[in-house]
Design a protein around this ligand. Structure first.
Ligand code: TYD
Ligand code: MG
Length: 451
């Protein structure tokens, strides 16, 4: 039996049988979203079988089972998962198209298979030959991995039940089709119902299911985002396609923390783990020029050094421009205002540009001090010595505020040869010798130390 879908206005809740650009009830544009009434039998199975017969019991009487984990064989991947894939769990891997989602899961699939963990890799996007070709490029042993090209979810689950793998990979959820629902593959309704079915499958069979989901640039496609509450783990694969580095993050993890991240580099023969990410972006660092400052940002629990560049140029006419790549635009405006008001610097007739080198996106306030220093350096046309590392949040009164994990940032900076550290005032739990550590309370003090 086909299930009829309806279109519901996300603003006022008005329902229409067909899609319309404008809601006839409230008059808002582009608010109608396809929804499907969830079949009742599916709704029940969101919970484990015995959930309806449960009785309350004291927490202390519950013996926790040691969760078994299947290691993916990729250290950086395991790190993000919290040790490996938990059997019976549903994992969603999201990311923009072309970032490397198929590559990493195919690689993990081959590594599982080679260790005797039967794995079925289902692709709805590529033919079996294409998958084989990619596997060959990745250079793993490929004979043990089961692959299949299909999009009909019922057929896939029938085959999966027949071969009984311990891990099932679905590439991607947007190509899957559940014939019970009367809408196209990739629509909100299909994506949601296919995921519900896969969830039920994972929980009843104990097979770990890894789903790939495409996310558009703005990240809020009618797809993965709406699945986040249904799955056990949400992983996000990020990076800029013009650069080779990739970051894997956990946005949600029912079996571990979300603090860790994995760092990879996309090479000709697949994804390569980065062993020492701290210095990854310093390789092509510019020599003593004005406007270049290094800071230490936390990526998960590990510091990464990034180069912040600033350029100021006379505004030809009218309003000065502010442009920022890799750093929050509003924070840049705020820092310029702080420099003007608290340090008496004048940017009113200057365009100011900020760029974080290497395609990194820095969204930690700890980078404030480096951005401010880069702006001052560019303005005064004075370079910051190459062995100085700065980090700290800058407040509106021009004060420099503490940030997390200063010891780890310093320790990694020392390993990379930095000699002078300009950091916020506060107690350090570790002593560092042989380097100069300057604790500052205000932006003015920090700038005195740099220039
Ligand atoms: P892919 O895994 O297909 O991305 P997704 O599944 O997220 O859409 O990877 C896409 C890009 O990765 C592709 O454009 C080429 C590049 N790539 C390499 O550079 N080296 C490789 O070994 C592989 C397999 C892909
Ligand atoms: Mg793909």
């Amino acid at each position: 039996m086909k299930v009829r879908t309806k279109f519901v206005c996300q603003n006022c809740g008005h329902e229409e049988p067909k899609w319309l650009g404008k809601c006839p009830a409230c008059g808002k544009w582009d608010t109608l979203v396809e929804e499907v009434p969830v079949p009742e039998k599916l709704q029940e199975t969101y919970l484990p079988e015995n959930a309806n017969k449960a009785v309350p019991k004291p927490l202390s009487t519950i013996v926790e089972k040691d969760t078994e984990r299947l290691s993916t064989g990729i250290r950086e991947f395991d790190r993000v998962l919290g040790g490996g894939v938990v059997p019976g769990s549903l994992i969603l891997l999201g990311g923009t198209p072309g970032i490397g989602k198929s590559t990493i899961l195919l690689d993990a699939g081959m590594k599982f298979a080679n260790r005797g963990i039967t794995t079925l890799y289902v692709s709805g996007e590529e033919s079996e030959e294409q998958t084989a070709l990619r596997a060959k490029r990745l250079g793993g042993r490929t004979d043990k991995l089961l692959v299949m090209t299909a999009t009909d979810l019922d057929g896939i689950l029938t085959q999966a039940s027949r071969v009984g793998p311990r891990v099932l990979v679905i590439d991607s959820i947007q190509t899957m089709y559940n014939s019970e629902i009367d809408s196209a593959a990739g629509s909100v309704a299909q994506v949601r119902e296919c995921t519900a079915k896969l969830l039920q499958f994972a929980k009843t069979t104990g097979i770990a299911v890894l789903i790939i989901g495409h996310v558009t640039k703005d990240g809020n496609i009618a797809g993965p985002r709406l699945l986040e509450h249904m799955v056990d783990v949400v992983l996000q694969f990020e990076g800029d396609r013009s650069y080779s580095f990739r970051i894997l993050r956990a946005l949600k993890n029912r079996f571990g923390t979300t603090g860790e991240s994995g760092i990879f580099s996309m090479e000709a023969n697949g994804l390569v783990q980065v062993d020492n990410p701290a210095g990854l972006f310093l390789e092509n660092r510019s020599e003593n020029v004005s406007g270049s400052v290094i800071t230490a940002c936390m990526e998960g629990n590990r510091p990464i050094m990034v180069e912040v560049q600033a350029l100021v140029a006379r505004t030809p006419f009218g309003l000065p421009r502010r442009t920022s790549v890799g750093f929050d635009f509003n924070r840049l405006n705020m820092l310029v205002a702080i420099l003007e008001r608290r340090l008496g610097m004048d940017y009113s007739a200057l365009d100011a540009y900020i760029n974080v080198v290497g395609g990194m996106k820095v969204n930690e306030p700890a980078a404030d001090l480096a951005v401010a220093a880069a702006l001052v350096s560019a303005h005064k046309n004075m370079s910051v010595p190459r062995d100085v590392l700065l980090f700290g949040e800058v407040g509106l009164t021009g004060e420099v505020r503490r940030v997390g994990a200063p010891e780890r940032r310093i320790a990694d900076g020392i390993n990379l040869g930095f000699k002078k550290f300009i950091i916020p005032r506060g107690k350090l739990t570790q002593k560092f010798t042989g380097v100069e550590i300057v604790q500052v309370g205000t932006l003015a003090e920090a700038m005195q130390q740099v220039f």
